[in-house]
Design a protein around this ligand. Structure first.
Ligand code: CUA
Length: 127
C-alpha cells in the first residue's frame, strides 16, 4: 500500500524535473528579422519632433516608437505611406521597410495649435 501511494509523487517529481531541465535548455529562436530591426524613438511636442531627422538604413525593417510629451499630434509621411496618431504617455509603433535611399518628409496632420503647420521632420534613408 505504501508503495502505491508513493508512486504518483515520484512520477510527479520526475515529470517536474524533466520539465525544469527542458525549459532551461530550450532556447526560443528570435526571427532574423527582429534581430536586425532599427527601433527609433521619436518624441513629439508642440510644435516639433525629436529627432526631426530620423536616419535609417535601406533594406532593414524600421520600428518608429512615437510618443507625445504634451497633446495629441499626428505623424504623416505621404511618400512612404505612413500615418499614425501620437498620444501623450503612450507609445505608437509604426513599422516599415525602407526599400530605397532618399529623404522623405513627414509632418503633423492633427491640428495642435498655432504653429501646427511648422511641425515637420524628415526620414533620411541611407544605403
Ligand atoms: Cu502637432 Cu499638429
Amino acid at each position: 500500500m505504501k508503495q502505491i501511494k508513493l508512486f504518483p509523487s515520484i512520477l510527479t517529481i520526475y515529470v517536474f524535473a524533466v520539465f525544469a531541465v527542458v525549459s532551461c535548455i530550450t532556447v526560443i529562436p528570435v526571427p532574423a528579422e527582429e534581430k536586425q530591426e532599427q527601433v527609433i524613438k521619436v518624441m513629439a511636442k508642440t510644435f516639433e519632433y525629436f529627432p526631426a531627422n530620423v536616419k535609417v538604413k535601406a533594406g532593414t525593417p524600421v520600428v518608429l516608437e512615437l510618443t507625445s510629451l504634451d497633446k495629441v499630434h499626428g505623424f504623416h509621411c505621404p511618400t512612404l505611406h505612413l500615418r499614425a496618431d501620437i498620444f501623450p504617455r503612450k507609445t505608437t509603433r509604426v513599422r516599415f521597410i525602407p526599400d530605397k535611399a532618399g529623404v522623405f518628409p513627414f509632418h503633423c496632420d492633427v491640428f495642435c495649435g498655432s504653429g501646427h503647420e511648422d511641425m515637420t521632420g524628415i526620414i533620411t534613408v541611407e544605403n
